[in-house]
Ligand binder design. Structure first.
Ligand code: UD1
Ligand code: UDP
Length: 384
């Protein structure tokens, strides 16, 4: 694979990384001065493949590492070893990784071991609590220490890096998830999951739920699920739709606490276009997901975050996202308020875009070209 053009190898492995990196890979593919290649670790399998299908970009390399109930050590070591072969073969001039997963950390570490520069997309998010989110907070901090280029979604993310004395190679780009969202949400959309076509979006309040984080395994997840069932019991005008993550730990908890209720729909993970269109049509989002906290505000949907803290304070400040925590009573009562108090609901239900303007991929690709001397000026910073 010898070429005179700089080779950029984009590496990702889980569903959210794929959603946020596919639009970027396609933008890099369009740049004639770059040789753009893509390696998936397949830390996720079905949930990753679904995203690749929707965006229509096949991987150039696939490490196929996923195992049922995989541990952090197996993911990290299999990625690191798998990346070795790819890096030796491709000899990229830059490796791009995204966010804070085990794939992100091992991809960056593998590149560092091969003395290859690293660009970190979605850089600078922090809680400064190393156990929450676990292990993501340490993954992103370690990648921040390794990376040469840092693509920060927001000014607050850039300021976090500045506090850590990371000021070189930092670009304020917006989040690529907003670029993705602009391609998926449609005014008229037919769901492949038929239950979603049959939902009464007018007279019923659709509550969209997701919950999967490792730090919520066990008691927090049990409390959250109990609160969700109480909500469905207490409010007959609601329908809860929960596309359940394929993790066996999550599957067990969701089915144990939520099975058998006529208005709780436990369904398979949705493809990204279905998820975005369901979100655009729902009343309320309850989630511990990072990505949903960024997408729902752009669609004007209130979000209750099922976690104790968030590394995404921008939409909390804008008033569309609130931390509900992981205690049963707090989760129940915050949601109950939004179902019964129209003023409280309206105060949260307005569209804000603190995370991007749909131009993040273009800015990142411009910054990569500038890094290689293919462009005279760096990209203009994202200004919300
Ligand atoms: C991972 C990331 C987390 C991210 C989440 C997005 C780490 C440590 N965690 O967590 O930051 O928020 O992805 O969803 O990197 N499984 C399947 N098929 C799939 C995907 C998963 O069967 O397509 C099952 C497997 O049994 C797998 C398990 O889910 O072992 C857990 O997957 P894993 O990637 O280890 O953890 P997540 O909780 O998905
Ligand atoms: N998502 C999806 N189908 C689902 C659930 C989520 O396409 O059934 C999308 C969601 O819209 C967002 C991303 O997956 O873009 C978030 O992934 P996840 O919650 O797994 O990870 P996190 O963002 O918490 O790391």
């Amino acid at each position: 694979m010898t070429t005179n053009k700089p080779t950029v190898l984009t590496v990702f492995g889980t569903r959210p990384e794929a959603i946020k990196m596919c639009p970027l890979v396609k933008e890099l593919d369009r740049r004639p001065g770059l040789n753009s290649l893509c390696c998936v670790t397949a830390q996720h399998r079905e949930m990753l493949d679904s995203v690749l299908d929707i965006f229509g970009r096949r991987a150039d390399f696939d490490l196929d590492i996923m195992e049922p109930r995989q541990t952090l050590s197996t993911i990290t070591s299999k990625c690191l070893l798998g990346m070795e072969g790819v890096l030796e073969r491709v000899k990229p001039d830059l490796v791009l990784v995204h966010g804070d997963t085990s794939t992100t950390f091992s991809g960056a570490l593998a590149a560092f071991y091969h003395r290859i520069p690293v660009g970190h997309v979605e850089a600078g998010l922090r809680t400064y609590d190393k156990w929450s989110p676990y292990p993501e907070e340490m993954n992103r901090r370690m990648v921040g220490a390794i990376a040469d280029l840092h693509f920060c979604p927001t000014a607050a993310n850039r300021d976090n890096l500045a506090r850590e004395n990371i000021t070189r190679g930092v670009f304020l780009t917006g989040n690529t998830v907003i670029d993705a969202l602009q391609t998926t949400v449609k005014e008229h959309f037919t769901f492949r999951e038929d239950i979603l076509n049959r939902l009464d979006h007018v007279d019923r309040k659709i509550i969209l739920v997701t919950c999967h984080r490792r730090e919520n395994y066990g008691q927090p997840m049990a409390s959250i699920m109990t609160a969700l069932r109480r909500l469905a019991d207490a409010f007959p005008d609601t329908e809860l739709v929960y596309p359940v993550h394929l993790s066996p730990v999550v599957q067990e908890a969701a089915h144990r606490y939520l099975d058998g209720h006529p208005r709780i729909h436990l369904i398979a993970p949705l493809s990204v276009d279905e998820m975005h269109n369901l979100m655009a049509r729902c009343y309320l989002v309850m989630t511990d997901s990072g990505g949903l906290q960024e997408e729902a505000p752009a669609l004007g949907k209130p979000v209750l975050v099922l976690r104790k803290e968030t590394e995404r304070p921008e939409a909390v400040r804008a008033g569309t996202v609130r931390l509900a925590g992981v205690e049963e009573e707090a989760v129940f009562s915050q949601a109950a308020r939004l179902l019964t108090d129209p003023a409280a609901y309206t105060a949260m239900a307005h569209a804000v875009n603190p995370y991007g303007d749909g131009q993040a991929c273009r800015r990142i690709a411009d910054a990569v070209e500038w890094h290689f001397g293919l462009r005279a000026e760096p990209p203009e910073p994202f200004d919300p």
